[in-house]
Write a protein that binds this ligand. Structure first.
Ligand SMILES: [Zn+2]
Length: 313
């Protein structure tokens, strides 16, 4: 019904669109979708009123780093989207103070919209910002479980899981992650968490994967601290205090900050190869799962209910 209403309104607005240039047209259609169907956008966090305009960079983020991260992600994922018959579009909104990021699909244009406001938030490191881009890519390519069982978008938990299970591993595949983690280890902040690194050493045999796992985990911590700040929670999420709650049915919406940090961490720990793809209907392929008794890297039960996660068509 919603999509029908959107189509009617878009058709009714055609005379106005005809007068506008293509950028204005897109912005107009965007605003219609925003008003009528906010769920058509899949945000990294719930709607909020924070606004971080340019010039308040307290985390060292610059427009250059913002663009470098997105250039890197685009270079790796453009051919992957193309192979799926889609055009990968990154909308860069450096000057926009919104503390969020979105994924949406308009025909075969599969879009992620990235805001400077989120990139400038004090909790966000460049690796945290990479992870946000990978979460949004996860809505497009992350597989089951999907929103409402059959929607186009992977749900929030799955997009988080995919971000470290596949996306960051692909994006950072050519980086010197061992050198990077050694450098991070030597710095006071942001350091590599000792417990997270210990678990990465247990879960992975290859030193390059161990380092990649440590780096991904710290990206997850940056983002989990953002979620904590947005929900004004007094206790910071930690790697060794996993969320103990269990859902009866898989939850599509944004899990609690600790639960999301656990998901990033488990995605990083899973030793399944990055080349084993996920599936749009079956949540098992390409993942660590209870059915195969994997000891590490399982999707946390604080959002994932294994028996209810299959997407039926
Ligand atoms: Zn999301």
């Amino acid at each position: 019904m919603k999509s029908f209403i959107i189509k009617v309104l878009v058709v009714l607005s055609f005379p106005f669109l005809a007068m506008a240039n293509s950028q204005q047209e897109m912005a107009y259609v965007d605003s219609l979708v925003d008003v009528i169907d906010p769920a058509a956008h899949h945000g990294i966090v719930e709607e909020n009123n924070l606004w971080y305009p340019p010039g308040v960079e307290v985390n060292g983020m610059t427009e250059e780093i913002f663009n470098q991260v997105l250039d890197h992600v685009y270079k790796v994922y453009e051919p992957i989207f193309k192979a799926r018959g889609a055009e990968f579009v990154i909308e860069r909104r450096w000057n926009d103070g919104t503390v969020n990021a979105f994924a949406r699909q308009v025909g075969n244009r599969w879009i992620i919209r990235m805001f400077g406001g989120l990139a400038r938030h004090e909790t966000i490191t460049p690796d945290g910002f990479y992870l946000v881009a990978c979460h949004e890519i996860g809505h497009h390519l992350g597989g089951a479980p999907k929103y409402n069982g059959t929607g186009w978008a992977s749900n929030e938990g799955q997009s988080d899981y995919f971000a470290t299970l596949k996306c960051l591993r692909k994006v950072w595949a050519q980086d010197d992650n061992i050198g990077y983690v050694e450098y991070m280890w030597a710095m006071e902040s942001p350091f590599v968490d000792e417990y997270a690194m210990e678990m990465c050493m247990k879960a992975h045999q290859d030193p390059r994967m161990q380092a990649l796992c440590g780096r991904m985990s710290m990206g997850g911590q940056s983002l989990a601290f953002l979620f904590q700040a947005l929900r004004r929670l007094p206790t910071p999420p930690k790697f060794n205090t996993p969320d103990q709650s269990k859902v009866r049915r898989t939850s599509d919406s944004h899990p609690q900050p600790q639960c999301r940090m656990d998901t990033y961490f488990q995605g990083a720990l899973c030793p399944i190869s990055v080349n084993e793809g996920v599936d749009d209907r079956d949540p098992i392929p390409g993942t660590c799962n209870r059915a195969s008794s994997h000891p590490y890297g399982l999707r946390p039960l604080c959002w994932f209910a294994p028996e209810s996660a299959f997407t039926f068509f």
